[in-house]
Design a protein around this ligand. Structure first.
Ligand code: NAD
Length: 478
């Protein structure tokens, strides 16, 4: 059955906007369904609906209602998990196990924040005799949530759940590549009977006008954005016109530092998964292998063998171990980068396309030039560099030599070194003897051009809360 993804505004499904557009399966080019692109007028309508729900409703003052609604949404997402995961595979191209993993992570995260919704509290301070100050934590207002295509379930829930828990109302803009996944999630939300009208609104699009209108809207107080650093800069610039608050979860170039005393078997297993999960299209993917020169050849030989053994194929095929890229345009872009890697470094394993579909087998290349764009920029695919270092100081310096600071990993048998290096690396997350472990409970976010603010964890609420000082002089007894 071909499905159509619509907008959801003020409690009603809407199919006005632009001409129907196709959503295609990157593994075989087939049409998965259609979606209705939005418009500036629809973005404004959604913002007005969210504003009205925030200003005139009791959502922000009803933590128990918020928890009830969020537990209900989580149950509905879980009940629809097979359908949602199948749509993620069809629209995004990732493996079925990856799709189910992200769907269930979204369910877990919605439940985590549903619990926290009932514990949003402020503090009180005695200012002097007979004078007191209350510091209330209040919902920031209307949150605009803009998400990318690479993990359309978890990245939506990662912003939506803390926004709802904090008491915000929301306008969501999904990515154009994954509209049907998003529409199925919105159905779970819309079916929740206790959800007040206008608390969650969603507008599709296939350009940038809806997102830009949200960023410019005087009715929206906070933008929670996940996407590339280039777009993040535009969002921050656009938000400056209304001095909106922005939470930015942006790009990364995660280094994995492998010391000579590391368990290389463990490192290779962790980093094969850590670099090729979602075909390398994940912000925290291991993108640079920094290896001590004494074990560099051994590590490289093992990584080549591990990469060669990875079965690349359709995400829907249980035998596949790495799915497709998001589209053939990215396949062509990455093949150009492989050629560049050959010119600037030395390719030790050359990847290439399969007979059809947006597939690309893994590439490993050596490089010794920190200034190269291949080292400095996010490649966002299964292409990883190998660089070497002579000592700990050089390892840290090289790990910190990009504008990004999202995630990193350290592989060593020396606990003190692991702690030292993890503190010296400027990144929002550092994994020790592992890579790619994300939890609803654990804050994520970036240093440098990887973003600002934190999502996940208790701190994730902060992007959606304001602190209000209420001063009172009740006087003293007597
Ligand atoms: P993108 O920046 O191109 O798009 C992200 C979203 O922003 C999409 O919904 C897009 O339609 C919208 N958008 C684009 N231009 C806009 C504008 N001018 N104003 C408002 N909205 C606009 O990113 P992408 O290619 O979809 O996703 C991949 C990127 O996302 C990578 O850089 C990746 O590292 C990053 N990412 C970061 C995290 C994180 O947690 N830090 C997680 C996942 C992905």
């Amino acid at each position: 059955m071909v499905q159509t993804a619509r907008h959801y505004i003020a409690g009603a499904w809407r199919d006005d906007g632009g001409a129907l557009a196709d959503s295609t399966n990157p593994a075989d080019g087939s049409v998965v369904g259609q979606y209705v692109p939005g418009s500036v007028a629809l973005a404004d309508e959604a913002a007005a609906a969210a504003r009205k729900a925030f200003d005139t409703g009791l959502w922000a003052a009803s933590p128990r209602l918020r928890a009830q609604v969020m537990f209900d949404i989580a149950d509905r997402l879980e009940a629809a998990k097979d359908e949602i995961a199948a749509l993620v595979v069809a629209e995004n191209g990732k493996l079925r196990a990856e799709a189910m993993g992200e769907t269930m992570a979204g369910v877990s995260e919605m439940r985590y924040y549903a619990g926290l919704a009932r514990s949003v509290r402020g503090t009180m301070q005695e200012i002097g005799p007979g004078a007191m100050s209350l510091f209330a934590r209040e919902a920031a207002g209307v949150a605009g949530i803009i998400v990318p295509w690479n993990a359309p379930v978890t990245l939506l829930v990662r912003s939506l759940a803390p926004a709802l828990a904090a008491g915000c109302t929301c306008v969501i803009k999904p990515a154009a590549q994954t509209p049907l996944v998003h529409a199925r999630i919105m159905r779970c939300i819309a079916e929740c009977e206790a959800l007040p009208e206008g608390v969650v609104n969603s507008v599709n699009e296939n350009g940038t006008e809806v997102g830009q209108a949200m960023v410019a809207s005087p009715l929206i107080d906070v933008i929670s954005f996940t996407g590339s650093s280039a777009t993040g800069k535009k969002i921050m610039e656009g938000a400056s016109k209304t001095l909106k608050r922005v939470g930015l979860e942006l790009g990364g170039k995660a280094p994995a530092v492998i010391f000579a005393d590391a368990d290389l078997d463990k490192a290779v297993t962790e980093l094969t998964h850590g670099s090729l999960n979602m075909a390398g299209q994940i912000c925290v993917a291991a993108a640079r292998f920094l290896v001590h020169e004494s074990v560099a050849q051994d590590f490289e030989d093992r990584m080549i063998a591990a990469y060669r053994a990875v079965r690349v194929g359709p995400g829907a095929d249980p035998a596949s171990q790495m799915g497709s890229l998001i589209d053939t345009a990215n396949q062509a872009r990455l093949m150009g980068l492989i050629e560049q890697a050959g010119d600037e470094g030395q390719i030790v394993l050359k990847g290439g396309p399969l007979e059809s579909g947006a597939f690309l087998t893994p590439t490993l290349f050596r490089i010794d030039n920190l200034q190269s764009r291949l080292v400095q920029e996010e490649l966002f695919g299964p292409i990883v560099s190998i660089e070497t270092f002579a000592d700990e100081a050089e390892a840290v310096a090289k790990a910190n030599a990009t504008v990004f600071g999202l995630a990193a990993s350290v592989f060593t048998g020396d606990v003190s070194r692991a702690m030292r290096v993890s503190r010296a690396i400027r990144a929002g997350t550092v994994w020790i003897n592992s890579h790619l472990r994300l939890f609803a409970e654990a804050e994520t976010g970036g240093f440098g051009q990887s973003g600002m603010g934190r999502l996940h964890g208790v701190e994730g609420l902060a992007d959606f809360l304001e602190t209000k000082h209420v001063y009172f002089e009740p006087g003293t007894v007597g």
